[in-house]
Design a protein around this ligand. Structure first.
Ligand SMILES: CC(C)(COP(=O)(O)OP(=O)(O)OC[C@H]1O[C@@H](n2cnc3c(N)ncnc32)[C@H](O)[C@@H]1OP(=O)(O)O)[C@@H](O)C(=O)NCCC(=O)NCCS
Length: 184
């Protein structure tokens, strides 16, 4: 489980998602539909509703309770303006998670994704005891690649047909950050 709030700039706070965020998340996804569609898997209509987000958060909280993922929202007052997650957490000799994030179209270029990625890596290291965080980006997602390299990630490969995004299996550039050398 993760805890704590991280201020990201003057107005925006990063904190663990709760069921109370469902309505604001549904609003954020409706506002950002065109902005996020090129980078996301296909979303069903329910994804943009309060009920759909409530179900999704419930699943995320269950997963977090089992130590398999961690999800944060970035909030400005009552509105969600971004999201960060560590998913597919695997322990044993792997001790790794996959990092994902998005930022509201009106909040781009303020360092929010960079701050969120750094805070998620800090939690992966200090709170979850992981060794490594990985992330994959579409080949042309220069903004995300910059977020990762700024945060200390190194590119380690290219995965053909890695994820089904925006209607097709897409090649991805793979990045990882080694957090520490503690024994597993
Ligand atoms: C990728 C994304 C999260 C970046 O969010 P952001 O908050 O604007 O990022 P930051 O402000 O932290 O910027 C990080 C760096 O990327 C650079 N950058 C941002 N957008 C860029 C672009 N379109 N082209 C080139 N560089 C870009 C910034 O200049 C900054 O680098 P710098 O500090 O050297 O100037 C945001 O564009 C987004 O939500 N995209 C859609 C979803 C997505 O792609 N998620 C990731 C999937 S792998």
């Amino acid at each position: 489980m993760i805890s704590g709030e991280v201020p990201l700039g003057a107005d925006v706070l990063m904190r663990p998602v709760t069921l109370d965020d469902a309505a604001a998340l549904a609003r954020a996804h409706r506002r950002n539909r065109a902005h996020l569609e090129p980078w996301d898997p296909e979303r069903p209509a329910a994804f943009y509703t309060v009920q759909g987000q409530t179900d999704r958060i419930r699943g995320q909280l269950e997963e977090a309770g089992a130590g398999r993922s961690a999800h944060w929202v970035l909030v400005d007052g009552g509105e969600v303006v971004g999201h960060t997650a560590l998913s597919n957490i695997v322990l044993g000799p792997v001790r790794c998670a996959n990092l994902g994030y998005w930022i509201d179209a009106e909040y781009l270029g303020r360092g929010l994704a960079s701050g969120a990625a750094a805070a998620a890596c800090e939690a992966a290291d200090r709170q979850l005891g992981l060794h490594r965080v990985e992330a994959g980006t579409l080949l042309h997602n220069v903004a995300s690649q910059r977020v990762l390299t700024k945060c200390g990630f190194k590119e380690y490969g290219l995965a053909p047909g890695f994820l089904y995004i925006n209607g097709a299996w897409r090649d991805h550039r793979l990045f990882q950050r080694i957090l520490n050398d503690r024994p597993a």
